[in-house]
Write a protein of this length. Structure first.
Length: 177
């Protein structure tokens, strides 16, 4: 086996990425503190053809050197918008018939592997603050709550890791139905 060079990977350039069809999935970052986590979410969203990222509350916005450090240019390819109030955004997206999915540990949550995708539906997944998680009022306003199964001693995963797990799982379910 030989490692491939970047030039052999056949990736889109930024203009091609913007023109290509995206999967019907939106990411909402609800009060994310870490600029490195924000950048990582951009990079993962680029990898899985996410339609758009909404940055809400205290979540920092590009351009910023610490976001760029982990995004590696994905802030230029992935569409994004800042919306101060997450609940107002959810109301707007609900009006567009987009299903709202909080990624959180709650009573009655659906385990990620058991969440079924409607092929005719667009979804918005919400990832919350590194310490407090998704705000309770945002959880209450969501159509679904998905939980990532965990089996060790820790109670949570880093947001960048959670985003990678969830986006890959939903990408597979949407792209390879």
């Amino acid at each position: 086996m030989r490692k491939l060079k970047n030039s052999e990977l056949g990736r889109f350039n930024v203009e091609e990425f913007k023109k290509t069809d995206k999967i019907p999935l939106i990411v909402i970052l609800d009060n994310i503190r870490s600029l490195n986590n924000i950048g990582s979410v951009f990079r993962t969203s680029d990898a899985f053809l996410i339609e758009k990222i909404y940055l809400c509350g205290i979540t920092a916005q590009p351009p910023h050197k610490d976001i760029h450090k982990t995004a590696l240019g994905a802030t230029e390819s992935v569409a994004w918008e800042y919306v101060e109030d997450t609940l107002q955004l959810i109301e707007r997206l609900n009006g567009l018939n987009i299903e709202i999915v909080a990624i959180e540990q709650v009573e009655g949550s659906t385990m990620l592997q058991d969440f079924n995708i409607d092929p005719n539906q667009k979804y918005a997944v919400i990832f919350g603050n590194e310490v407090k998680g998704v705000q309770q009022e945002v959880v209450s306003a969501s159509n679904y709550c998905i939980e990532i199964p965990q089996f060790g001693t820790k109670h949570s995963l880093n947001i960048a890791v959670s985003t990678g797990i969830v986006l890959w799982d939903l990408f597979k379910k949407m792209k390879y139905r």
